[in-house]
Design a protein. Sequence first.
Length: 243
Amino acid sequence: MKKCKILIVFILFVSGFFILIPFDLMSQQKGMYFKVEVKKNVFLETNFLLYLPEGYNKNDPKEWPLLLFLHGMGECGDMLEMVKKNGPPMLIEHGKKFPFIIVSPQCPDTTGWSVKVLDMLLNEMDRLYNVNKNCIFVTGLSMGGHGTWELALAYPERFAAIVPVCGWADPSKAALIKDLPVWVFHGEKDDVVPPEESINMVNALKALGSPVKFTLYPDADHDSWTEAYNDPELWEWLGGGCH
């Protein structure tokens, strides 16, 4: 496969700090991956993958849905290839094509996802690419499932739908996202993040009249994400979530 490498460096001023972003662009038959390193002062260094769907053209005014994927604790660090271990990045590696722009950042350590950093990342994606602001989704597994909940609770108006997989959240904050389409996945035999973490949040949302969907896999342990992300109905549901 031929690879075209392009280096673009630009500086942005955000909240008094700069972000330095070099792009290493690789063209692929099944889409386009950007390997991106974002640096914001000495406290933050984040890498991420960016998938552009077939047919995407920066010069075409067509706007595309965007999916933010948040990995689990096991993929933290500075080895970007680890992000392809699960979820949409893994499916892309195996040839699956998506009708979304997909952003898959890497959390630099195991302290968890920063909603402020993720918000900045989404702002940059909107600035640089043809993103449909009414079709922004977030999904994640385990630590990323928690990050999915937290990001939605912090910025509920940003998202068209969210998909937390085996994550956890504070049910007392459910009112903040009661009108947001949510599909929750969990394994009933999960002994890492107990299924009650999802059940309690789902029940809190249902009590508020939320349209929340919940899939509890009776035979799954902590790895409920393989079955969830291989469910074609999930992607059909997300595809219909734009307005």
